[in-house]
Structure formats: C-alpha cells, structure tokens
Design a protein around this ligand. Sequence first.
Ligand code: FES
Length: 166
Amino acid sequence: MYSDLVMEHFLNPRNVGEVEDPDGVGEIGNPVCGDVMRLTIKVEDGRIADVKFKTFGCGAAVATSSMVTEMVMGKTVDEALDVSNKVVAEALGGLPPAKMHCSNLAADALHQAIDDYRERRGAAAPGTRAASQAHAEAGSLGCCDEDAACTLALPGREAHPKAPSS
Ligand code: FES
C-alpha cells in the first residue's frame, strides 16, 4: 500500500519539533480527517535555514511532513513555494489515492509559514499583522492615526498627510 520511502519517513521522520524563535509559523487542520500539523521555519538571507514540524496525524501525514522539511531546507522562500502536495507525494514514490488529502497538510502548512514570514517582514498588504504592527509602533510615536491620516508609508499604500494635531 505505501512505498518504501513513505514507510521510511514515517518510521524515521526528519526535522521533528519546533524551530526556536521562528520567522514563520504555519498551522493547518485537515478538514477531511481533523488531523493537525504545525510547521515552523527560520529564514536567513532569503533561504530556509531551518524547518521543523509537529504532526498530529496519520502515517502519510508524518511522511509527507518529513519529506517537505527535507525538500525545502536550504531553498529560497520562492523555491520552497513550488513544493506542492503533488510534488511531495511524487517525491515519496506516490501515495494511495485515499491518502492524497494527507499530503495537503504539509504543503499547506509550509505555504502558510512562508506567508507568515513575509507578513512579519512587512511584505504584506495593509490590514495584515505587519501593517497593524507598523501602525501601532508609529502610533506610539504620535505620528499615526490608522482611522484618519498617517505619514507612514506601508506596502501597497502611499504615505498620506499628517492628521492635524488637536
Ligand atoms: Fe488525516 Fe492522513 S488521515 S492526515
């Protein structure tokens, strides 16, 4: 039923755990079965320097998670985004059709961790956590009113005139 490689990764999963002080976190639940995966990444110079996972799931979920961490280690974040559930399943020598949904867990958690990393770096649109954080920091300096006017330029938005002080 499972390839030797799936069994090998299931029995000896790589990179299990949690990266300390991660730059990005992805946590995904599988709607089909209710299993959950958490993946954390450390990024240095645009490359994934460390990646770890914790999976509360089946053998296929553990094997695909393990394989994802091996596939993206050392890759740029853009290259890592090309790792889809299909690519992971192929790298493992295939999964039984009834188990293909399990590979979504790892790929989706990876993509979410990269999105989170980009948000934290401020590469996301206004309304994201990075934008809110920038506003909060600017607000503490007395130069930002998120609801009115702001001199702060954020990704996707020009700086606009400072609100008149009252
Ligand atoms: Fe839930 Fe495989 S059965 S991830």
